[in-house]
Design a protein around this ligand. Structure first.
Ligand code: SF4
Ligand code: SF4
Ligand code: SF4
Length: 207
């Protein structure tokens, strides 16, 4: 059977950040203490308590500032580099679930956190010294196993976040990219269970 996937259409994202709030609410993740950095982007980075966030990418266009948004999160890679690294130390520390999710388990505590961080080509996992665990998006495995969409997808009212069988999600992405025209691009590619339609390839320089 086809595994599941999240398809993200950045051309439909309004940066409302309901997805950020929904992730924290469902997964009972603490809010972060933040400060004004001269940007609407908040919080400033992923953390052990922030598993997705909207990046605000500012570009000068025709003499004025234009914003484009990017939903930063785990790609649930297929195959996942983090799992292959973990298997060399502790078998089963990182699991590739049949749903498409890549999941960190408690066994990850037995692995040097620097190894976990450096194994991810997308700089996604974050270490929590209090628990000795590394954390990232878990694909809402505890929702999708009961037929519910991930909390972030459920909270997105614009159609930017979509969830379903991978082949259907990839077809949606390909169709949307064709609609958006030559500047649009699929990111990061086919070998991932989270993928994006970017309205402009220029964004690849900022991701
Ligand atoms: S909920 Fe949807 S529209 Fe709002 S920030 Fe997240 S992806 Fe963008
Ligand atoms: S899939 Fe679930 S855990 Fe992952 S970012 Fe969305 S709400 Fe958070
Ligand atoms: S994005 Fe990084 S943490 Fe997520 S599955 Fe891929 S290698 Fe692992």
């Amino acid at each position: 059977m086809d595994n599941m996937a999240i398809y993200i259409d950045m051309s439909k994202c309004t940066a409302c950040r309901s997805c950020q709030v929904a992730c924290k609410s469902w997964n009972q993740l603490k809010a972060e203490q933040t400060e004004n950095r001269g940007s609407h982007e908040n919080p400033p980075d992923l953390s052990a308590n922030t598993w997705n966030r909207i990046r605000w990418i500012e570009q000068m266009k025709n003499g004025s500032i234009a914003w484009t948004f990017f939903s930063e999160r785990c790609r649930h890679c297929d195959p996942p580099d983090c799992k292959y690294m973990a298997d060399t130390y502790v078998e089963g520390a990182i699991i590739k679930d049949p749903s498409g999710a890549v999941l960190f388990t408690e066994k990850i505590k037995g692995i040097d956190p620097d190894e976990i961080m450096s194994a991810c080509p997308f700089n996604i996992p974050r270490y929590d010294p209090k628990t000795g665990m590394a954390f990232k998006c878990n694909f809402c495995i505890d929702r999708i196993n009961f037929g519910l969409p991930p909390a972030c997808v459920k909270a997105c009212s614009t159609g930017a976040l979509n969830f379903g069988e991978k082949s259907k999600m990839m077809a949606l992405a390909r169709s949307r990219i064709a609609e958006l025209g030559d500047k649009a691009a699929l990111y990061p590619g086919e070998g991932y269970n989270v993928f994006w339609a970017l309205p402009d390839k220029e964004l690849l320089k900022h991701i």
